[in-house]
Write a protein that binds this ligand. Structure first.
Ligand SMILES: Nc1ncnc2c1ncn2[C@@H]1O[C@H](COP(=O)(O)OP(=O)(O)OP(=O)(O)O)[C@@H](O)[C@H]1O
Ligand SMILES: [Mg+2]
Length: 229
């Protein structure tokens, strides 16, 4: 199967079952470089499963996923993990910061794991924290910052390696609307400035308003919603 022309990441006819539960039932997806796509749909419809398949975290039972023209299923596990480390970034609902590390150490961590020396990693980390307006929290630990600040630190960490795709699963789900808006504004601004594509899972319509395009998932099937804006 051929992915839509110009797409960076594309999926066709994805199926995934967990025992008797069908999580994906022929889902499709595509995203262009630098595009922000919102994945919407009710709870249990398969949004997170779709994101996990696209990111190579979960292997679908059948269907095809191509990233940059390469089929994910034909890559070795080592190659897929390398891809996740170097070309993908992740933000989840509850930041998942390491509580023992300071905020700047958290943001620098993906670079450190790729072998970047500490000073250089922290310098790059601080620059990203400044863009997310949390550089003043560099020496605090995650337990000492607010939910919205923690999510902005998590966004800085997800972008620090210069990923081509940012996967965000309900990144503002635990925040009040004002903080959620700010996180979305900074996340989309930062991703756009870095030309990173964003796969944004959300069930909040106001969060989807930050996207270029919306895909709706229902009962494991997805379709494009043409936005008339
Ligand atoms: N690891 C798993 N084991 C068993 N069933 C699972 C697993 N992950 C997902 N499911 C099931 O697959 C279906 C789709 O789940 P998924 O997490 O993708 O939904 P979702 O759209 O992200 O929902 P939510 O909005 O609540 O996060 C659900 O019925 C869920 O119970
Ligand atoms: Mg989910």
């Amino acid at each position: 199967m051929t992915p839509p022309p110009g797409s960076l990441l594309a999926a066709e006819n994805l199926r995934k079952a967990y025992g008797p539960t069908t999580a994906l039932d022929g889902a499709e997806f595509s995203i262009h470089p630098g595009e922000v796509v919102a994945v919407m749909g009710p709870s249990g419809s398969g949004k997170s499963t779709l994101l996990h398949c696209l990111a190579g975290i979960v292997t679908p039972d059948s269907g095809s996923i191509t990233y940059d023209g390469r089929e994910l299923s034909t890559m070795s596990d080592a190659r897929r993990s390398a891809l996740r480390r170097s070309e993908f970034g992740f933000v989840f609902q509850f930041g998942q910061l390491v509580p023992e590390l300071t905020c700047v150490e958290n943001v620098a961590l993906p670079l450190r794991l790729n072998g970047t020396p500490r000073k250089e990693a922290e310098r790059t980390a601080l620059a990203w924290m400044a863009r997310l307006e949390v550089d003043d929290l560099a020496r605090k630990r995650p337990g000492e910052v607010s939910g919205g600040q923690g999510q902005r630190v998590a966004v800085a960490r997800s972008l620090v390696t210069g990923p081509r795709v940012l996967f965000a699963d309900e990144p503002t789900g635990a925040l009040d609307s004002l903080n959620g808006e700010r996180v979305m504004e900074l996340l989309t601004e930062a991703a756009r400035s870095a030309n990173a594509a964003v796969v944004l899972v959300t069930h909040e319509a106001r969060v989807a308003a930050w996207s270029d395009r919306e895909i709706v998932v229902r009962d494991g099937r997805s379709r494009d919603m043409e936005r008339l804006v």
